[in-house]
Design a protein around this ligand. Sequence first.
Ligand SMILES: [Zn+2]
Length: 141
Amino acid sequence: MAEKCDWCAKAAAELKQIQLPFRHKSEEAKTCGEPCEKELRKFIEYADGHIMHYFIGLILSILSGLIITFWRIKIDYGALGVLIIFAGSGVTLMKYPFVTHRTITLLGAKKAIASGRIIGAVSIVFGIAFWFVLATILPRP
Ligand SMILES: [Zn+2]
């Protein structure tokens, strides 16, 4: 099997080995050409600068959502907390579409980023739908 470009995931006879600085280390990657290398560098740079925002966004969404869920369980079945968990994580993932290294290797960074954003969007829609059912359709607890 031919090797694939780490950005566009297209197989190419000749791939350029590059080094990308990430988390004070150097990650090896391969790209099929200048445009893909540029995009991949831009993304890794963005990920390197925002990885903490990503974790903080996820942790805050889940923690505050859980607290609000328990606090409001007798008011609205915790609907608001559920909305915060799913919409908060979703917004975080859309803004910081950082998926696992394995996903990037498998799909190429370009598609991996797109799938991260789609998962984020689905999570937001799910959160809103869940909130809608719990808070507006069901009778008060
Ligand atoms: Zn490429």
